[in-house]
Design a protein around this ligand. Structure first.
Ligand code: ZN
Length: 496
């Protein structure tokens, strides 16, 4: 076997271990009885140790070192090797002792976060959070960075992104989006109360299965289940699963939850099978992943053409609740812009203020500019400043998100990047596909999916997000596409 094939075979084994862990995680979040928790945690820890051993093994390193200067490789093969070398160089910086110390700190912080959220008291969590943050600061030094320690963490989720670049993006959010949102807050509000009537859960469930099918999600290579927090998980491009949640008194939760996860899943199903285990077979970045979920959720799924095609089915599924609700009423209701406390249920505009607040706080944390005990005060002041709301308690304030208790600092900005890339990609799709929105009105999403499959999905990690953006749209990330999209849509909705 030649050296490249040996390398490929080694990566397949590493992927087998990673995806086996993913199956256990999926089961843990969906069907595992509570009693299974302790042994499951041990099984997952063993597999993650095995994964770390394989990726830092001398055998893989040897193969990669032989291949990195091999002129006979194709450009794509060479790129795969280059990304693997970067991965293992980074992984090798961590000692086993540090990895264990951090995983213990995460367990502690996660437990006390759960407790603090239940009891509505940040103080219960503060010490464990501080211990975890100190380890993350140590991690920044281990990985290395330029200019600002936070850059080391950002790169983990969105390779190539830095504070310098993000500051520019969020400067636009502050300078353009914030004044526009303030204008909408003072405009006449539409009503969405009918979305919160009683809706039969089984019927909600089967409606979303039909929506997923219409989007092109392949149920021969996936399934939908229920979990507390919706997520998408892949065990290869041949088995990509989504989860959702059903609330009898909130029709929106399952519909846009399922469409969102469906968008993530279409991306994973669109990665090429022959690249299993290789960087080319893995998602580009969290920002690009989120661009695929947001594109379907918002640019497609909160727009008129999609609902011209699908509202009749929704209306006939729930005739009692929706018989007097016109398509126009429905469209307005699903696009209400109001200030709110909780990020995950925010509309597609104020959502970015929630992200901006977290980004500003994280920068301060890693700059040693705020002490942990003062975080709730800082949080509440920023909610007042950007959204003009008073945060009533810690549970609905600083304790609302799980991310920090997992040690996921630098993760939040990828949510905004995702929406901004989505608008830029969708704008390009409209230019490239003749009559795209006329086809969407007819219920035909296949042209859009085929375009994404060709232009966005197949490159995996062979391109960075910035490179992919240039390839698809001719330029790097440009906030103006998002801003023009929301300006046009919401000026119309609110008759500005
Ligand atoms: Zn998402």
């Amino acid at each position: 076997m030649n050296v490249y094939n040996q390398y490929n075979e080694q990566l397949n084994k590493i992927a087998d271990v990673a995806y086996a862990s993913a199956v256990l995680m999926w089961d843990q979040e969906t069907y595992m009885p509570a009693g299974g928790a302790d042994f499951r945690a041990g099984q997952l820890a063993t597999l993650s140790g095995l994964h770390h051993d394989l990726i830092t093994s001398p055998k893989l390193e040897e193969l990669v070192k032989q291949l990195i200067d091999d002129k006979s490789l194709s450009p794509e093969q060479h790129k795969n090797v280059e990304v693997t070398l970067k991965d293992l160089t980074k992984k090798k910086k961590y000692t086993t002792a540090f990895v264990e110390k951090q995983s213990l700190a995460v367990s502690r912080a996660f437990n006390s976060w759960q407790d603090a959220k239940k009891k509505n008291d940040f103080k219960i969590y503060a010490n464990d959070l501080e211990a975890l943050i100190n380890l993350k600061k140590e991690e920044c030094e281990i990985i290395g960075y330029q200019h600002h320690p936070y850059n080391a963490l950002l790169d983990e989720y969105e390779p190539g992104i830095t504070i310098e670049k993000l500051d520019k993006v969020f400067e636009d959010v502050r300078g353009k989006l914030v004044p526009f949102i303030k204008q909408l807050f003072t405009a006449k509000q539409n009503s969405n109360s009918f979305l919160f009537e009683s809706y039969n859960k089984d019927q909600q469930w089967s409606f979303t299965l039909q929506l997923l099918k219409k989007m092109g999600y392949d149920f021969n290579r996936g399934r939908q289940d229920i979990s507390e927090h919706p997520f998408t998980i892949s065990f290869s491009s041949q088995d990509v699963r989504v989860t959702t949640r059903v609330n009898e008194n909130d029709l929106a939760e399952i519909i846009w939850g399922s469409i969102h996860e469906g968008g993530h899943a279409l991306y994973e199903q669109g990665l090429l099978t022959e690249n299993y285990g290789l960087p080319a077979g893995e998602a580009c970045s969290l920002g690009i992943h989120e661009s695929q979920s947001r594109l379907w959720e918002n640019n497609v799924g909160r727009a008129l053409p999609f609902w011209k095609a699908n509202y009749p089915l929704l209306q006939s599924t729930f005739p009692q609740q929706l018989k007097d609700v016109t398509l126009d009423d429905f469209y307005k209701a699903i696009n209400l812009v109001e200030p709110s406390l909780i990020r995950t249920s925010a509309n597609e505009l104020t959502y970015h203020l929630h992200v901006l607040i977290r980004y500003e706080i994280e920068k301060q944390i890693f700059n040693n500019a705020v002490s942990i005990k003062d975080l709730p005060e800082l949080w509440n002041a920023k909610y007042k400043e950007y959204l003009n709301i008073d945060v009533p308690d810690d549970s609905q304030g600083i304790l609302q998100d799980v991310h920090w208790s997992h040690g996921s600092f630098g993760y939040f900005p990828t949510y905004s990047l995702g929406s901004f890339y989505a608008a830029q990609f969708y704008n390009q799709a409209k230019k490239s596909i003749a009559n795209l929105e006329v086809e969407l009105e007819k219920g035909n999403t296949s042209l859009l999916l085929a375009w994404l499959r060709k232009e966005v999905h197949p490159f995996g990690r062979l391109l960075t997000a910035e490179e992919l953006s240039r390839k698809v749209t001719g330029e790097g990330l440009n906030f103006n596409y998002f801003f023009e999209y929301v300006q046009k849509k919401y000026s119309n909705l609110y008759s500005l």
